[in-house]
Design a protein around this ligand. Sequence first.
Ligand code: DGL
Length: 270
Amino acid sequence: MADAQHDPDAPVLFFDSGVGGLSILGPAKALMPAMPIVYAADSAGFPYGTKSDAEIAARVPALLGRLVERYRPRIAVIACNTAATIALSHVRAALDIPVVGTVPAIKPAALASKTRVIGVLGTEATVRQPYVDRLAAEHGADCTVLRHGSAALVAYAEARLRGEPADPAVPADALAGLLDQPGGDRMDMVVLACTHFPLVEDELAAAAPRPLTFLDGGAGIARRIAYLNGDAAWPTTPPPGKAVFTRVDASIEALRPAMARFGLDQIQSL
Ligand code: DGL
């Protein structure tokens, strides 16, 4: 066990390319309010969804190594489906602390689907991963699993969190990418397989031509962090949350209010 696991001040590290990981941080903070938090966004590498697998596989473990060295977290959470479906095993091999990955919630979607048609809405990189093929084969073998990648919806979520105007057609277009595929007319579940997307779930629901159920992994990951933390103590007064960016520029300033809503009051650069 790493020393960090015995230090009540050791934080939980959340990692994403941008603001998406806030959809994972939110439920975790709700379950464990005293959890010290470091939220790391690879703003210099954003977006991940349009990058090659090789780029992600090289970038993510190296960055997490640096973050762990600097912040000594008790647990690292890859709060990004793209990074986790490509690099989870490499990150686990490189770090000596528990690593939680965010992967598409295909299992609960397949369990709940009545029509046996489920949609997976992620980044282009995530929806092409063999990891997703395996989840679909293991948990949804009797389902039609439709997939669609939308870089526009990632950009839309980032803009919304900055309080900037975003093209209102984007959520409907992203859903059409699933609904217009063969079988899409029977789809009842949509797995939000990019952590940016639960942040704009209301907009997706409003844009849906008929009621759809949206699922994501946030609540399950919160329970997993609590389980892995076990009996390790949290501080009596949690320190202010830190948001760490790999590139700090003017656009980061616009994120301050959104970050503060998640208790991230300090902004730093890596
Ligand atoms: N939030 C990320 C995910 O869950 C990726 C967004 C991006 O950088 O393209 O896949």
